[in-house]
Write a protein that binds this ligand. Structure first.
Ligand SMILES: Nc1ncnc2c1ncn2[C@@H]1O[C@H](COP(=O)(O)OP(=O)(O)O)[C@@H](O)[C@H]1O
Ligand SMILES: [Mg+2]
Length: 273
């Protein structure tokens, strides 16, 4: 569904921000992209909806080459993006107008437009918020309105570029829940984040360094590589750190990425002892 083939990209014509990148993201997958500042995450994200096009190699989305301008409209309407700052993304003061903005520009007429708005708001857990003011919302609610605006365009792919970075833990949880639900309903999700608890929700985690994919695997495979992650200046999930400390002291636990799973294993050990 999304294929990067030997992709190279440079902003200044000299230094390559993406280099020899090869990635294939399946339809319906939930991929998390990690990487230090400047590793090329946002640049990669912008290639998925043809905001940027490669200088070398190719990127194809839904089988469409992003360099072909005739494909741009179809690619953009199918790959919706949500960015970091909630306040930068809302365009109207009334929620229903904000969510309607994208599909209206796609030429969707009433009553389908209203129907899409209502449904999109329900999908992000904001049913009945049509007539509320966007300014009165929390950061997490604003990001969910931004997602609703994307969903109302009925895309196949949702890209979140550090969309939870400015949210409190509760807002982050709400956003993560919405993404997991959308993925269960078949949407392809690409989530860029710093938060390991979000990465643990994905079915694939890719770590970028200097525009190349240096780690790629399931969350269990990637997030438990404590040395590798620390070397790349990335956090290691708390459950993983604790598992490793316990192992060092002879406690026979697996290396977990989820606190619940670690808790469960510890309880089993304790009860058996
Ligand atoms: N618009 C731009 N013009 C020139 N250089 C840029 C631009 N955007 C990003 N870069 C550079 O490209 C590199 C990767 O940036 P980016 O993709 O934003 O990384 P990340 O999202 O992982 O922090 C950085 O070195 C950054 O300075
Ligand atoms: Mg970025």
């Amino acid at each position: 569904m999304i294929v990067f083939k030997d992709t190279g990209f440079t902003y200044d014509g000299e230094s390559f921000v993406l280099k020899d990148l090869g990635l294939s993201l399946e339809k319906g997958s939930f991929t998390c992209i990690l990487g230090g500042n400047g590793s090329g995450k946002s640049t990669l994200a912008k290639h998925i909806n043809a905001l940027l096009v490669p200088d070398e190699g190719s990127v194809s989305v839904l089988g469409l080459d992003t360099r072909d301008e005739q494909n741009t409209y179809l690619i953009r309407s199918n790959a919706g993006m949500v960015f970091q700052n909630p306040d930068d993304q809302l365009v109207a003061s009334l929620i229903e107008n904000d969510v309607a903005f994208g599909p209206e520009n796609l030429g969707i007429p009433n009553p389908e437009l209203r129907q899409r708005v209502t449904q999109a708001l329900a999908e992000v857990g904001l049913q009945g918020f049509e007539r509320h003011e966007t300014s009165a919302l929390s950061g997490g609610q604003k990001q969910r309105v931004a997602i609703a605006g994307v969903l109302a365009m009925d895309p196949q792919i949702l890209i979140l570029d550090e969309a939870s970075a400015m949210l409190d833990p509760r807002g982050r949880k709400g956003l993560a829940r919405v993404c997991a639900q959308l993925n269960q309903r078949g949407m392809t999700i690409v989530m860029i984040t710093h938060f390991m608890e979000e990465a643990a929700l994905a079915d694939r985690v890719i770590v970028l360094q200097a525009g190349r994919a240096v780690l790629d695997g399931s969350p269990e495979e990637v997030l438990t590589q404590a040395d590798g992650l620390e070397h790349l200046n990335l956090d290691v999930p708390f459950a993983c750190k604790l598992s490793i400390e316990l192992q060092k002291r002879g406690v026979p636990v697996k290396t977990h990425i989820s606190e619940d799973a670690l808790k469960e294993e510890l309880c089993q050990l304790f009860l058996r002892a």
